[in-house]
Design a binder for this molecule. Structure first.
Ligand code: ADP
Ligand code: ZN
Length: 610
């Protein structure tokens, strides 16, 4: 099978995304690879496709149990044999899995880093053929990364202990240059082929809101999201408790997650969210790493996080399946103080660092917080700000962030300025000056009585700006006054007057520019992102998916992503062949689910005819 066949057969996709094919080809050629790709870019496929194609097994080292479980269920539901080894297995399950691995039953085996170097592991690796070692969340190996894990430091030792060195593929979503160098060095990569794809996630809409009352704003936002699911991040456990309780009192379906809860409750709450029994997860940043739920429609930050890295990672948990999603930051100046306090407090904690190292770390944290605050308060494009922060070039207008949508832009108002000033001039020729409203009324061609009785409708400037909104016209007039091109004086009834500078506009025709609210522009959309053409059918498909998922005891998105359901709405397949054309449908899923989905769609089409 070639890589395209594997892609279609098992994963149901027609094309590779940016970077995937190159990564796969290099792995198959035996070259180590390093992929720095944002969340949702499709890193998993980069190693899963070659893992299926290679003769031996692939060992995937992954830091979190929930992440492994999710990946394994996804693979199994796509018809790929996979398993995981971690501390959540009972000893019977453990021996059983080990036995099957030795019999070569699995193509992919996920392992927690702590397991490497145990005796069983040593025995195991000497008896099976390992084609590849994959290291997920590889930035954990670096002390400069966000989530340093000492156990990652033993990986290279483990690799050198293998009888043959397999090809090594390494992935992460975030890596500065320092972290990248650390990964290459500490994981012992051999001149890796490196793929860095852009950080941009066009389907995410970024917004910053500065509400008077955060909770009221939150409720308003949630009201607008209907039954979609999402995450609310808070800075403190106390905040999580409070908001979760209030939301439940207010009739929302919310659960909570933070490090202060017992293991059992955390797991139960997380499952409630993943299996769609609860719609909203209120959590501290302890929640999320390893959460692969692909249909999260919104991530709201109730407080500003401590740096842009964390923000982008947490917000990026929205819209992983490529559907449009919202990332909203509720900003209050108090958040800066809270973060500062937490940064100072962390000084006491890191006990294994020298005083000097601590001071450097602290200074870095303060700088990161400053950048985060700039993000929350900038008037420019939020996407541009973020991408530049990560060292990428980006246009200054994305059309899909709150600043681009509501923001201001520099507009050339030379012609408007000429019209306004000449209107004031014409009015003056009639004998005297008038207030702002009269100027605006004349320019817009109003037919108010006073204007008509003065004969201003006969002025040559009457109605020449009827296509400009009152709001804009007033803003332009005010701009000319503030900048001295016109004057506005008089005690009781101030009037608009000409100034010496007015001539510059009329005679010299100088260029005038000012910041004006942007004209409403359609936000960027792609075919996949559009709302399902047929919401009724979409709901029915969702219903079927949810039944099948609960029968199989897996989260709904493991059966099909929202993007796949949307594609079904668009294509309306009624037979296996048509069903295979749906994005996200491979042979295994077509066999398993095709009949039921096609039946539902045919019935729907019949109903529609009637
Ligand atoms: P990452 O690990 O980079 O965060 P994932 O591997 O979880 O991303 O993939 C994110 C989503 O993108 C998944 O829902 C996956 O099915 C989808 N995806 C990945 N590759 C493709 C592709 N080539 N075509 C369509 N969808 C894809
Ligand atoms: Zn923007």
């Amino acid at each position: 099978m070639d890589k395209f066949t594997v892609l279609k057969e098992y994963f149901g996709h027609k094309d590779f995304r940016n970077g995937q094919a190159e990564m796969i080809d290099n792995i198959l050629n035996g070259c180590d690879v390093l992929g720095i790709m944002p969340t949702g870019a499709g890193k998993s496929l980069c190693y899963q496709v070659p893992a299926i194609m290679m003769s031996g097994i692939t060992i995937v080292i992954s830091p979190l149990i929930s992440l492994m479980k999710d990946q394994v269920s996804s693979l199994v539901s796509a018809g790929v044999s996979a398993a995981c080894i971690n501390s959540s297995l009972t000893s019977d399950e453990y021996s059983e899995t080990m036995h099957r691995i030795c019999c070569g039953e699995y193509k992919l085996v996920y392992i927690a880093p702590e397991r490497l170097g145990t005796q069983e592991m040593d025995r195991l690796v000497s008896s099976v053929d390992i084609s590849m070692i994959t290291i997920d969340e590889a930035h954990c190996v670096s002390q400069w990364g966000q989530d340093f894990r000492p156990s990652y430091l033993h990986i290279s030792e483990f690799i050198s202990s293998l009888p043959h060195r397999p090809v090594i593929s390494v992935f992460t979503a975030t890596a500065t240059d320092t972290v990248r160098d650390d990964m290459i060095r500490l994981l012992g990569l051999n001149e890796p082929f490196t793929m860095i794809t852009g950080f941009d996630r066009p389907n995410l809409r970024f917004s910053v809101i500065k509400p008077q009352n955060k909770y009221a704003e939150l409720k308003k936002l949630l009201g607008g999201f209907g039954d979609k699911c999402g995450i609310i991040y808070c800075l403190s456990r106390k905040n999580v408790e409070e908001i979760c309780e209030k939301l439940n009192d207010d009739g929302f379906s919310a659960t909570r997650y933070h490090a202060g809860l017992g293991d059992a409750e955390r797991r139960a709450n997380q499952d409630d969210f993943i299996y769609d029994r609860k719609q909203i997860m209120v959590a501290t940043n302890a929640f999320g790493m390893g959460i692969d739920k692909s249909d999260v429609s919104f991530v709201i930050h109730y407080n500003m996080p401590k740096n842009i890295e964390s923000y982008y990672q947490e917000a990026g948990r929205a819209g992983r399946d490529g559907s449009p999603a919202e990332c909203i930051l509720l900003y209050g100046p108090k958040d800066v103080r809270t973060n500062n306090f937490m940064i100072e407090k962390s000084r006491e904690e890191n006990s294994d660092l020298s005083a000097e190292e601590k001071e450097t770390m602290l200074e870095r944290d303060r700088m990161r917080l400053r950048d985060m605050t700039f993000y929350a308060t900038t008037a420019g494009c939020l996407r541009e700000f973020m991408l530049r922060y990560f060292g990428e070039k980006a246009p200054s207008y994305c059309g899909n962030c709150s600043n681009c949508i509501n923001g201001f832009e520099e507009a050339d108002i030379t012609v408007d300025a000429q019209k306004i000033v000449s209107c004031v001039y014409r009015i003056k020729q009639k004998g005297r000056y008038f207030g702002k409203n009269m100027v605006i009324d004349v320019l817009r061609g109003s037919s108010n009585e006073r204007l008509l009785s003065l004969g201003f409708d006969k002025l040559s400037t009457y109605g020449i700006m009827s296509d400009v909104s009152v709001y804009t016209l007033r803003a332009e007039l005010d701009f000319l006054i503030t900048n001295g091109y016109l004057d506005f004086t008089g005690d009781e009834f101030p009037v608009v007057e000409l100034t010496p500078l007015s001539a510059k506009i009329l005679k010299e025709r100088i260029n005038i520019k000012m910041k004006l609210p942007k004209k409403p522009q359609k936000s960027r959309k792609n075919k996949e992102q559009e709302f399902p053409a047929d919401e009724k059918l979409f709901e029915k498909l969702r219903g079927l998916r949810s039944r099948l998922a609960s029968e199989a005891n897996v989260p709904a998105y493991i059966v099909f992503s929202d993007a796949a359901l949307r594609d079904m709405c668009r294509l309306r397949p009624v037979d296996r062949e048509g069903f295979l054309n749906v994005s996200g449908v491979g042979t295994h899923k077509a066999d398993k689910y095709g009949e039921e989905f096609c039946r539902l769609i045919s019935e729907y089409i019949e109903e529609e005819k009637e």
